[in-house]
Ligand binder design. Structure first.
Ligand code: XMP
Length: 517
């Protein structure tokens, strides 16, 4: 079995980053919520080491989250980060206090002595930058622990009991603002835990193919292709495992960007030789959307019509036993909730979530263990074209939610497609595509007066949006320079008939959302 690390989650905002950093060292890991972890579950998972994440609670309160006490008797290496350090200290007999000297953001550590985690990274006497975010701090150490580095406000910034292989850090090695953080994590997974670093996408591909064959046997699998990264990689992987037992259905709702439908057909049918049904349902979708302007109504119509078309196509090809989905690890991680309570629906996302029950199919989800960047690496490993695996996310309802507050017509879709193509072309030419999470144009429900040549124009205003993000949950607008914006606006107004004004959206999320509807 591949070496694995267990991450016990205490609800930090950045727990997923710990997992990303561990995987980058070539080691498989999983995040389990603290309230589901027991000594037995750890034994069953059989990790080579355990990382305790940070979290918003305070161990100084009467009731606070804990690691299973038996963890510290299992002989496993443990790395406690921030709250993880504090609970380890408290559970092993040390003391934690609420400090007046809170530290948030950049801080500096004075390295006091050599430690196995510092090998080749930090030397005694060095002053090293780290990133802190804490109110509580360790006040006295449990037996066996020593201090290896201090910061101005955290005298126990780095502690360890090398004999038991327990390490505690007050700072966050998982964030990029701790420049050597990834090396410290690598020292933990490799030197201390003895992991070999054999988790690669090439290895994963072989294991996943075996697992798919075992799960599916001689059954048939149907996969909804959208042209997006996740479903494309899932389809290519499943096809490699079971060949013609896979049928892909591409429901073309007529709301895709320029050239997208052609690319899906070209790559999957022509290059990969995958059994692909291309269902051009644009008339049906546009018919149902006629006269509709409310965002939720549009979303619901598209979601329901998609399921109808998919189901009809599946029947035509004789049905299937399994439905393939491109579910990723972040969708699967159980979150630690302190607040509880149901959250409000901001947007009803269009996906095929209701299909498996309705069609009575089992699920094949070969990407359930992967993060997005790993899915992209796997896609390259499988030979998918770069522009497909590196593509920005694109919403299920497509361009319909980028023509906000107004009726969707072919004419408007056409204008939007042309403008969007120019915008993305300029972004690629400027070498900015990969620095941006998502970029797109929005056709506004407002016409404005302009002057072109000697003529008056009365045409659409168009908004450009580009954001940075790591998961789509929060986002900031991308700070293009004015030269770029001016050039792009100029091209759009000159080349796209129907647009005479371009504006740039500088709203972050929250309070805005990434899409306009
Ligand atoms: P918002 O607009 O909610 O979007 O900030 C967050 C991310 O989700 C994408 N998005 C969707 N994806 N079906 C999808 O598959 C949907 O209905 C949908 N709505 C928004 C959006 O593009 C962004 O990446």
């Amino acid at each position: 079995m591949t070496d694995r690390i267990l991450i016990i989650d205490f609800g930090s905002q950045v727990t997923q980053l710990i997992a990303r950093r561990v995987r980058e060292t070539g080691v498989y890991c999983e995040i389990h919520p603290f309230n589901k972890v027991t000594v037995e579950s750890i034994r069953e998972f059989d990790p080579r080491g355990v990382i305790l994440s940070g979290g918003p609670a305070s161990v100084t309160l009467d009731v606070s989250p804990r690691a299973p006490q038996g963890l510290f008797e299992m002989g496993l290496p443990v790395l406690g980060i921030c709250y993880g350090q504090q609970t380890m200290v408290a559970q092993l007999g040390g003391k934690v206090e609420t400090s007046d000297m809170k530290e948030f953001g950049r801080a500096f550590l004075d390295v006091k002595k050599d430690c196995s985690l510092f090998e080749g990274v930090w030397q005694p006497g060095a002053r090293e930058q780290v990133w802190m975010s804490h109110g509580d701090r360790v006040a006295s150490l449990p037996e066996g622990f020593e201090v290896y580095a201090t910061s101005d406000n955290a005298p126990f910034a780095f502690i360890a009991d090398e004999a038991r292989r327990f390490y505690g850090v007050q700072f966050h090695p998982e964030v990029v603002h701790t420049p050597h953080g990834h090396q410290l994590i690598q020292a933990f997974t490799h030197q201390v835990c003895g992991c070999s670093g054999d988790w690669t996408m090439a290895a994963f591909r072989d294991q996943a193919i075996e697992a798919i064959r075992k799960q599916v046997g001689s059954g048939r699998v149907i996969c909804g292709l959208s042209g997006g990264v996740d479903s494309s990689v899932a389809a290519a992987l499943i096809h490699e495992a079971i060949g013609d037992q896979l049928v892909c259905v591409f429901v073309d709702h007529g709301l895709l960007r320029a050239g997208e439908a052609d690319q899906v057909v070209k790559v999957f049918r022509d290059r990969f030789n995958i059994n692909l049904v291309h269902s051009d349902a644009s008339d049906l979708f546009l018919g149902k959307l006629a006269g509709k302007t409310d965002p939720e109504e549009k979303r619901k119509i598209i979601g329901a019509t998609f399921i109808d078309v998919f189901e009809a196509e599946a029947k035509k090809v004789g049905g299937a036993d399994f439905l393939a989905q491109g579910t990723l690890y972040p969708d699967v991680i159980e979150s630690v909730s302190f607040a509880g309570g149901p959250s409000v629906t901001i947007k009803s996302h269009h996906n095929v979530g209701g299909l498996p029950e309705r069609m009575n199919m089992k699920l094949v989800e070969p990407l359930r263990e992967l993060f997005k960047d790993e899915v992209r690496a796997l896609g390259r490993e499988l030979g998918l074209p770069d522009e497909m695996v590196g593509r920005h996310p694109f919403p299920g309802p497509g361009l319909a939610i980028r023509i906000p507050g107004q009726e969707i017509t072919r004419e408007k879709l056409d204008i939007l497609r042309k403008a969007d193509t120019i915008y993305l072309e300029e972004i690629r030419n400027a070498g900015l595509y990969d620095a941006i999470w998502q970029a797109f144009a929005v056709l506004l429900p407002v016409k404005t007066v302009g002057v072109m040549g000697d003529d008056r124009t009365y045409d659409y205003a168009l908004a450009l949006r580009a954001v940075t993000s790591t998961d789509g949950m929060t986002a900031d607008y991308y700070p293009f320079d004015h030269g770029f914006l001016g050039r792009t606006a100029n091209r759009i107004i000159n080349e796209v008939r129907g647009v005479n004004r371009v504006v740039y959206d500088v709203t972050s999320k929250p309070p805005g959302t990434i899409e306009w509807e």
